[in-house]
Design a protein around this ligand. Structure first.
Ligand SMILES: NC(=O)c1ccc[n+]([C@@H]2O[C@H](COP(=O)([O-])OP(=O)(O)OC[C@H]3O[C@@H](n4cnc5c(N)ncnc54)[C@H](O)[C@@H]3O)[C@@H](O)[C@H]2O)c1
Length: 332
């Protein structure tokens, strides 16, 4: 059976998901919804044009939710709208795939967890880095234990100021949580996927927009034998190349992902070598995984509503730490 998908929000990520579904087996997009008329005509601004012919097109969320010929609602809305729309979709019996971060606050995330439990439908959170081939391969190498324990790990994600967002919501702290919640959460989520829940975080931050952090640097408390840190920022000048990189030092080898997305293993003995990773990007892999889960009638064992909630709780602790200048124990 082919799952019928309706996408709400046809901006950067709605457009990205539409492209990814073309490569996903077992699902097809049948409807889209956006409040912006240009988007409904397939004009996605800086992301180009999309042919929406053959799709049902809605301008109101309640109308796409009422469409009986949709199995899955894919929420690609600004973050402050995730909880309300996801809960509404679950309540009318749709499965939900929702973009990261799960919601604007951990309280909203908890409502989503409850709504999914009540509905009996699946709620998937699109933490694409868990599925990004280079990150997934690095995790596989670390967890294999072949090179010993991790001594330190550093994750880095930076780019220029995002310019595309609807009504500039990305630069409005109450909508996006700024770079700390929007961008840096990719690494926060991967850190807990790789190492489990840290006891505490210690952060420093820099703000350009009011009400949050546009640049944040965090160390995670995993005890005295492991140094783990992550840095995220998005206020670099226009044209500054986006980069997601990491370096992981194990007892008998180091791993490095550079800005060209080359993953290299440097063993203690012998020559360094490029690590081969599966083809494709995290978006297509994550959507294929969610569709496979739905075909089997089960939730994901890679990203769960609870793990996505924990990532938001971690970012909240980081923001508290950056504000106070003190380490903060994470309340899960
Ligand atoms: N996984 C990733 O790598 C990644 C990358 C970028 C963004 N995101 C996430 O995706 C989500 C969307 O971000 P974006 O960059 O696509 O934003 P965007 O501003 O490009 O797109 C949002 C779209 O939602 C529409 N919209 C707003 N309110 C609406 C409503 N009530 N009903 C219907 N449509 C409405 C807007 O018109 C716009 O087209 C955010 O949560 C963001 O954090 C994830």
């Amino acid at each position: 059976m082919t799952l019928r998908v309706g996408i709400i929000g046809l901006g950067c990520m709605g457009n990205c998901h539409m492209g990814a579904y073309e490569k996903v087996k077992g699902a097809r997009v049948v409807a889209v919804c956006d409040i912006d008329e240009k988007k409904r005509q397939g004009d996605i601004g800086v992301f180009g044009k999309r042919d929406l012919s053959g799709l049902r097109i809605y301008d109101k969320a309640k109308e796409i939710l009422a469409d009986p010929a949709i199995d899955v609602i894919d929420v690609c809305l600004p973050t402050h709208l995730h909880a309300e729309l996801s809960c509404a979709a679950l309540a009318v019996g749709k499965h939900v795939i929702c973009e990261k971060p799960m919601a604007r606050t951990s309280d909203e995330c908890k409502k989503m967890v409850q709504a999914a439990k009540r509905s009996g439908k699946q709620l998937f959170l699109a933490h694409c880095i868990r599925f990004w081939p280079h990150y997934a391969k690095a995790r596989e190498i670390v967890l294999s234990g072949e090179y010993g324990a991790v001594r330190s790990a550093r994750f880095f994600r930076v780019g220029s100021k995002p310019t595309w967002s609807w009504n500039n919501w990305l630069h409005t702290a109450k909508c996006s949580g700024l770079a700390a919640l929007d961008l840096h959460i990719h690494d926060v989520d991967f850190v807990q996927y790789l190492f489990g829940k840290p006891k505490a975080v210690r952060s420093t931050g820099m703000s350009v927009s009011p009400g949050g952090y546009d640049h944040i640097v965090t160390t995670y408390d995993y005890g005295k034998d492991k140094l783990v840190m992550a840095e995220g920022a998005w206020e670099y000048a226009p044209g500054f190349p986006f980069g997601m990189t990491f370096s992981i030092m194990m007892e008998r080898a180091s791993l490095d992902l550079d800005k060209t997305l080359t993953l290299t293993l440097y063993p203690e003995k012998g020559k360094s070598r490029a690590v081969r990773v599966p083809k494709g990007d995290g978006y297509t892999h994550e959507l294929q995984h969610f569709v496979n889960c739905l075909a089997k009638g089960q939730g994901s064992d890679i990203v769960t509503p609870e793990s996505a909630l924990q990532s938001v709780q971690l970012v909240e602790a980081e923001i508290e730490s950056a504000k106070s200048g003190k380490p903060v124990a994470v309340r899960y």
